[in-house]
Design a binder for this molecule. Sequence first.
Ligand code: UDP
Length: 328
Amino acid sequence: MPRILITGAAGFLGSHLCDRFIKEGYEVVGMDNLITGDLKNIEHLFKLEQFSFYNHDVSNFIHVPGQLDYILHFASPASPIDYLKIPIQTLKVGSLGTHNCLGLAKAKGARILVASTSEVYGDPTVHPQTEEYWGNVNPVGPRGVYDEAKRFQEAMTMAYHTYHGLETRIVRIFNTYGPRMRLNDGRVLPAFIGQALRGEDLTVFGDGSQTRSFCYMDDLIEGIYRLLKSDYPYPVNIGNPDEITIGEFAEEIIKLTGTTQKVIYKDLPKDDPTQRRPDISKAREILGWEPKVNRAEGLKITYEYFKSLPQEELYKKEHKDFEAYIRK
Ligand code: UDP
């Protein structure tokens, strides 16, 4: 049975990856320090012999006894609001955490896939974004702690590939959504759905003309699975190219939820990218992958998930204190 370590295992994507690799017959070792992850996302796995879990911060030296064939490094805060709350940890997990994972992969002779991001393109001047584009990142802005950590992660991963011959894979993940996102993580989709469920107005930042392209998590997980199995060591965009403005997206959520609330406009956060859409030619060509779930289907499933959560989840105020910082 192949054995895989998944960091960030209790998070949104990490937990879905655990499910997928269990299903594929792997022994899964999950690791998470539970800062933004939640054990509820993986509690169904604890009864399985194939699954084990370490509560550990991967920014510190990682010790995993026994063989490891694969490592997926998915530990990291992923919401801009989290970067403001825990900027140093965000920098550390993308840099030191990646270094520790690479060192572990080298020691075990494991293949490693690291979770990179469309944020390496910053506020992109090339549209849609191809993997060849170098990006437009403000290193000292509020997003710099994430963007630069992930850029360092890519450089470090390539160095281990080039100088140590390590088998590496790099996925650049674009906006992804689905069940197990945190309702209060501050990102636009849970924010809008949470507001609709609480009977509040939907807060569009700026004039709503900025664009994003949302990928349903099942599609993303399939893309990651295929990339891990491929022999391609360079970055690959995985995302859904179906681009929409945030203003239009708010209207879609209003329709989906049937809320009678309206859209209100707030200041645009600093360095908020004006446009984002993946060019997925590489993923199509190398992995034979493209997204299958359209936004209407994906949003419906995600809305049902959020509706099924206990009422108190709706009123957790974890991100509201940070609203003031976002507009500095
Ligand atoms: N956004 C918004 N209202 C909210 C939260 C976010 O209009 O309540 C906007 C945000 O300014 C950005 C887009 O939605 O332009 C996506 O934001 P998110 O935090 O989901 O992730 P990002 O793609 O910016 O990393």
